[in-house]
Structure formats: C-alpha cells, structure tokens
Design a protein around this ligand. Structure first.
Ligand code: FES
Length: 173
C-alpha cells in the first residue's frame, strides 16, 4: 500500500511539474518497472465482511463485473456433493476458493460462452437449476461454486487471481 501511494505521488509530481508533460511523462514511466505498476493500478480490493451468507456483491475488476459471494453451508455442501469427475470443467470447490475461506467464492461475472453477465448475484435474481448463477443469453446454468453444469458455456466462471490481505479484505489481481 505504501509503495503504491508513493508511486502515485511520484506520478502526480511529474504531472504537476510538466509543461509539455506528454514528452516528460512517457520516458519516465517507461523506466519505472511497468508491469508491476500496471498490475498495482489495476487491482481491486473488496471488503467481504458485510456479505451475509447467501449474498453476493458485484464489483468491477479490470472493467469487467466481478462477483464476490459468501456461500451458505448448504451451498458449500451442494458443491461438494457433486463429483468433480462428472463436471465439464473439472474443478472442486477447494480448487476455486482459499483455505480458511471456503465460503468466499470470487468469480468474474462473465459467462464463458459469449460473455453475458449471469444472473444470481443480486437479491431476487434467478440462480438457475443448480442454485448458483444463470446466464439468460443462451441458458448456461452454473452451480453454487460457479461451475458450468448445463448449457453452452465451455468452462466454469473464471476465478481471477486474488488473495486475502486481511481476514476480511481480498485483493483481486
Ligand atoms: Fe452465457 Fe451464451 S453468453 S449462455
């Protein structure tokens, strides 16, 4: 966090100093470790503490919808009851969540068929036949772990790179 703030201040200082800033900024930015800066700038932090079991929140990660859901015990049990080997895209709930936080499911809110935003994250939206997410565009049904169960989507809802940076805050990206 400290590093990022300092980088921001450096960039702000460069911007403030720059008459003809375009010429000045580009060479300097290219000398700063660019991939790390780009990654830091495009990560998203989400506080999961206020998400009740069975609820999800919609966030934005790299300009795309991100679903962060707290699973109920029943939703966890439902996911674990499905043999992984029977799945189109064979991932367990354990593969898709973090140790100590098996109830927090973080997925992109982007159907892996043609990219529509599935329903099921907001209160009252249909969750499909498997109680997770449902894509209304062409009828893809995802289970409580966001895994494709039925319909044209080829793969599970993508779990982006993320980590818990505290007990209640995740950093995505
Ligand atoms: Fe979701 Fe086609 S885009 S089913």
């Amino acid at each position: 966090d400290g590093i990022r703030r300092r980088d921001f201040l450096d960039i702000a200082a460069i911007g403030a100093a720059g008459v003809g800033g375009v010429f000045i900024v580009y060479p300097l930015v290219s000398q700063m470790a660019p991939s790390k800066d780009v990654l830091a700038a495009s990560s998203t932090e989400v506080d999961v503490s206020s998400i009740e079991p069975g609820q999800a929140i919609k966030a934005v990660f790299r300009k795309q919808p991100l679903f962060v859901k707290r699973l109920t015990d029943a939703e966890i049990a439902a996911a674990n009851a499905i043999p992984t080997g029977s799945l189109r895209d064979q991932e367990s709930l354990e593969d898709r969540t973090k140790e100590g936080h098996r109830d927090i499911l973080v997925t992109m809110g982007v159907c892996t068929h043609l990219g529509c935003v599935p329903l099921g994250a907001a209160e009252g939206e249909v969750k499909g036949e498997y109680g997770g997410y449902f894509c209304p565009c062409h009828g893809s049904h995802y289970d409580t772990a966001g895994r494709i169960m039925k319909g044209p989507a080829p793969t599970n809802l993508e779990v982006p790179e993320y980590e818990f940076i505290s007990d209640t805050v995740i950093q995505v990206g």
